[in-house]
Design a protein around this ligand. Sequence first.
Ligand code: FCB
Length: 443
Amino acid sequence: MSFSFRRTDFPDGFLFGAATAAYQIEGSSFGDAGPSHWDTFAATPGNVVNAETGAIACDHYHRYAEDLDLIRAGGFDAYRFSTSWARVMPDGKSVNAEGLDFYDRLADAILERGLKPYLTLYHWDLPAALSDLGGWRNRDVASWFADYAGIVMRRIGDRMAATATINEPWCVSWLSHFWGIHAPGLRDIRAAARSMHHVLLAHARALEAMRAAGHSNLGIVLNFEHANPASDRPEDVAAAKRYDGFYNRWFIEALTRKSYPQEILEAFGDHMPQGYQDDLQAIGAPIDWLGVNYYTRTNVAHDPASAWPSLKSVRGPLPKTDMGWEIYPDGLHGFLTRLHRDYTSDTPIIVTENGMAWDDRVEGGRVDDAERIAYFDTHLAAVRRAIADGAPVRGYFGWSLLDNYEWSFGYGKRFGMVHVDYETQKRTPKASFEAFRQAIGGN
Ligand code: FCB
């Protein structure tokens, strides 16, 4: 099975890439990294399937050369990776020379293979020592993060094609501090409101520091999920609008309009940090590009029995991935055109993550992931339609290069274009990897 497109169906210079994140692949037990809040979260019963952690993961720390060779062989143009805060600053304060040396070697190795490095500075591995101080609830996190960003960029910033401050502020804040599903696992509206603001303030402070140091092509990566009302009933339509407000609009409106959605502030107001309004000017400073992560839609129903936002997700009718996520490519087209029209105008957009989990098996040395080929194909068709409709989409990164640690799901959910056998660390490119190679011109 192959893709229905070729590289030439996209505008000149359109980037195809593969994405990963540090904690999910590196092996946090190697190279004197410090504990992150993910290690402590996973050590707490009930948080992660099988209590799995990123201690070994894909052993990318030692196998990065082989992994980068694969990206090159697939014909990709770019590699999106993240640096681990807990590896670079194990106690949250001092610098681990070995950690910086690793990213220095990695940066060179990416360039040696002719790939463009797309760096994300925070993909969720907050040093546990900073979590002890309140982590994202503490306003000081903004200056801690700016310091860390400066340290990383002084070492490798000269070689980055593009840099994003933070991956998925919604997950960093709401998912982790209100729903308690990711580290630090809090379920507290005050923690949620504070982290929803501080994560953006941290982005702003890091951006300022990097601009002052002369770095360019700086952005942020937001995740978007289409909020579909579970029925036409006005209560469900209103619930879906609230979902869109706290998930999608909160972050992009602060970044582009210097304001938060009013209906979310009405519930959050008492819990917001004092004087938050004074930070919005800095939060709204222009970015050079926006990263968009998109996977699915949610069917939202009003739930009068639960506290604000008084809603629940209900099972929808569309085909689902191994995560139970509905496959809905129109949602990607919808966000790309909506962002361009309502928020970001001509600021370049890069799809920084898109992909699906499937229960892949190696059979006869091959992994036939036809479902994933169809998923990528239909979502790339949605990207093409968005470009034809005027959205300035400049690249697409598949999530993920490798099967990896899928957070609270542990190693059970496979998102890779390359299969990883966690016993032997053997990499087996799946059929979807081959499909990319054929469509975008690898050898
Ligand atoms: C995103 C994360 C990424 C991965 C995918 C499936 O929310 O950024 O690390 O877990 O989901």
